[in-house]
Structure formats: structure tokens, C-alpha cells
Design a protein around this ligand. Sequence first.
Ligand SMILES: *Cc1c(COP(=O)(O)O)cnc(C)c1O
Length: 398
Amino acid sequence: MPETVNQWNPIMGTYQRYPLTLVKGKGSYVWDDKGKKYLDFTSGIATCNLGHVPDAVKKAVASQLEDLWHCSNLYDIPAQQKLAGKIVEHSFGDQVFFCNSGAEANEGAIKLARRYAQKVKGTNAFEIVTFQKSFHGRTLATLSATGQAKIQDGFSPLVGGFRYLPYNDFEALEHLVHSETCAVLLELVQGEGGVVSADYEWLINLSDLCKEKEILFMVDEVQTGIGRTGKLFAYENYGVEPDVMTIAKGLGSGIPIGALVAKGHVAAAFEAGTHGSTFGGNPIASTAGFETLNYLLTKGVLEAAKGLGEYLGQRLWDLLRRFPKQIKEVRGLGLLRGLYINGEAKDIITKARGKQVLLLPAGPDVVRILPPLTATVQEVDVLIGVLEEILAEGVELQ
Ligand SMILES: *Cc1c(COP(=O)(O)O)cnc(C)c1O
């Protein structure tokens, strides 16, 4: 232990944390340890999509807590069956594997793509094409899949078998498939990489190429899924159909759960004993997932989120028109929005926190806005008012 014991933090320093301790949440709001209330437009990084502590999910989880917490995947888990059924009913997928996080879901997708190529198709293909500025997680394979040097720094040797192409680049599609390529993995809106959405034409071309060349089209919907972009899954905005999808963040309303979703012939590559997780989709997490999806789909949340996403976009466009020197671009889809700033995102985020609105960065110069899907027009107006004040007071231009 260092001598300055009082300053010693027993938590590893992997996060640079904001000077704020949150102890309570409800709906779009959180409270700090001094009782101060904040409008939370981070949603715990696109996770609390129904707002904080949603009653329907709380009730179902509390009831499950009475009965069984955990039994392992050596037994059938009814809540897991229900959740998988719901996901399959509302997506392209036929089968689901449950895990505990986004990285783990992507790890599963990487394994599935390789195994499908090697065991079902009987080829030697292994390479997965990903994109520059992507983000797929922090495990060794998923950080290797991530097209950002800063995420990979100091962790060599990386897991091999990934090739990174520029995103939204038509020319790059000419180099998409080599003889050893088995899949493409991408985000439809690059969340951590600056809230950049896939160009419509480009994505259609990419999806068509995957079909033509018979490689898997895999979408990382860890951030874009569960209604975040105004559709249940972001691929629906583009009218394309993936072979594999990963989800996590919004699925459990904050109870940790991830899922790998695939078409049946692809999922068939995962026979008994090929992949697993002790906790994955346990009764509590699966119950949270099922109730989250059920509430989203039956209580009009998805429709409201679509409308609110359009409203938020309009209001941000208005800001861009009023402050063209400070704002370079409005980015994103639905309730996953980015303000590309001519300055430091951090500066605006700090000032917004001072005005009791929580926001996130996406890289050095993009302010990321992630309201809960249940937020109101009035709450969006509060955000816009606060941003107006900050921009009018003046941000340091680059
Ligand atoms: C957050 C995120 C991940 C990683 O999810 P974890 O639950 O943190 O492991 C992967 N992909 C995308 C697109 C994400 O936004």
C-alpha cells in the first residue's frame, strides 16, 4: 500500500470518473449523495432505456428473487425461453445464446463465425472484417476486433484474424472479401467512435456483397438495439437482414445480460459443448430482459421513442443553425445522437453537469446524447435550453 493510505482507491483506475456519486434513480432522473437531482441523458450508457428503476421490470425481478436466482445452464430456464422467444419473434433471428455483456456477445459472434465457416461450410476461412473507429468491447478478441489503436495500446499480441476497413467508404467494399474472409462485423451507428451512422446506400451494398460472396453479415447492436434508434433494432432502419446480431446494453434495463442472435443454419454451428457461460441468461437477468422487451413493445414505448428521436433531431438541427461556429454536425439516429463540436466535448459536458443535465462524450469532440426512450418532449426541451445557454455563454473554439 502506498503511504497516502487515505487517497488509496481500492478500485482499479480503468475509469476516469466524474466527480459525482449517484445514489438513486427514477425515470429520466438521478440523484446524487447530496440529494441534488439531474436529468440523465446518458441512460447509464444506453442501458436504462425504460428510464431508471422501471416499475414493471422491478416487480417481475422482485418476484423472481423470491423463487430462484441461479441454477446454471445445465437446466432449462423458463424465463430464458420466454426472452429468447420474444427476441426471435421480433427479429430476423431463429436462435439466441445468452451471456452477460456486450463484449461477451461479440466474443460469441466471433467464435460462431469462425466455427460456422470451418465446421458447417468446411472451409479454412477465419478472417472477420471490421471497421475503423468501431468499438466492440474490451476482451482480448473484441478489442482486437475494435478498429481503434488507443483501445489496443499495450495489449499485444492481439488476437489475429481481423482486418479493418474505412467506414462508409464505397471503394473499401472492393476489398471486402479475401479468400479467408468469413464474416463482416459492424455497428450501424458507431456509438463510441463519434456517433456516425452507416450511409444507407453503402450499407445496402455491403449487405448485398456479403450475400453474394457468402460471408456472414453480423451487426453489433449492443448500443443501437432495444429501440435506441427508433426501431427495435437499428438494422430495420435500413431494410437489411443480418445473419448474426449482438445485443446487450438496453436489454435488461441495467441488470447485466447480453445476447447473441443468429439465423438457424448459422446457430447450428454451436453444438453442445462448443460455447457456454455460467451466469448467461440466468433467471433474474432473463426476467429483466423479458419484461423490458415486453414493456417496450406493448406500452407504446417504441412508437413514442421514434417520435421523440425525430423531435430531438429537429431541435439539435435548430441549434446547429443558430450556432454554426460551435456545432459542426448533428449526427446519429433516433435517441442516439451526437453533436460534433468545434471544440472539446468535455467542456460542454462539464458545463451541462453544472446545470444538472448529464451527457456523454463519443471521442474528443462529440457530445453524445442518450435519453431514456421514455423521456418526454419537456425533458428534451430542458436539454436544449441548457445547451443553448452553454453555447451562448461561448465554448472555446478549436
Ligand atoms: C458498449 C459496447 C460494447 C461492449 O459492451 P460491454 O457490455 O461493455 O462489454 C460492444 N459494442 C458496442 C457497439 C458497444 O456500444
